[in-house]
Design a binder for this molecule. Structure first.
Ligand SMILES: [Fe+2]
Ligand SMILES: [Fe+2]
Length: 218
């Protein structure tokens, strides 16, 4: 699956470029050019969603037995993006720049967050799902309570990226799963968010100063 997930990551960038072409054409008042770019963008992103929904996600679901977890979140987000692209197509047909830009801006933010969750959390889980996730369920000691364990190494990342990645990961973490966050500091703002949202965590400090925070649903 590794070559599939790396192709999907490259394809995210291709789709981002096609979206940008449609947006630039709309802002330039070139509505026919915008229609062509939007059509191409839609074709590519539909093919991308289909690959994930019909090929990639079933592998994860089969290996983990989890169908109402992260892949359900991703499928729901695909539908929300489909609706936003539909809104953009309507706005393009009506040459309504304000409406086009509004839907486009929402889609762009949505798409960035969705892709970040996939690239940092779900794709690595899918790459591991054939062995690690199943192994975790069979050897609870590796991830107490069973389930998927994912790791975010935030030691070389600048704030607020570790916090954003952690929240995105928790959004798609299956029930019983554990998230391990590694940082060179104690993330106090994160602790407040975790407490408010029903998560528990354990902390330890390694010899090199790495704080390891093991997070799971209470
Ligand atoms: Fe997706
Ligand atoms: Fe994707």
């Amino acid at each position: 699956m590794t070559s599939l997930t790396s192709s999907l990551i490259a394809h995210h960038k291709l789709c981002d470029g096609l979206y940008a072409d449609a947006e630039a054409a709309a802002h330039g008042g070139h509505w026919q050019e915008c229609a062509d770019a939007l059509q191409l963008f839609r074709k590519e992103i539909e093919a991308h969603f289909a690959t994930e929904e019909q090929v990639l996600f079933p592998v994860f679901e089969k290996a983990t037995g989890v169908t109402a977890g992260p892949t359900l979140v991703m499928r729901t987000e695909h539908d929300q993006m489909r609706r936003l692209i539909g809104d953009m197509a309507t706005a393009q047909a009506n040459h309504a720049l304000g409406q086009f830009a509004g839907a486009g801006e929402t889609l762009l933010i949505f798409m960035q967050q969705h892709n970040m969750k996939e690239e940092n959390i779900l794709y690595p889980m899918c790459d591991l799902s054939d062995d690690s996730a199943v192994e975790c369920r069979q050897q609870p000691a590796r991830a107490a309570g069973g389930g998927v364990r994912c790791v975010i190494d935030g030691r070389d990342l600048l704030p607020p990226e570790p916090l954003e990645l952690t929240l995105a990961a928790l959004d798609v973490l299956p029930a019983g799963g554990e998230l391990l966050l590694q940082l060179f500091c104690r993330p106090h703002p994160l602790f407040q968010i975790l407490r408010r949202n029903g998560y528990v965590w354990q902390e330890s400090v390694l010899g090199d100063g790495t704080h390891e925070i093991h997070i799971r649903k209470a």
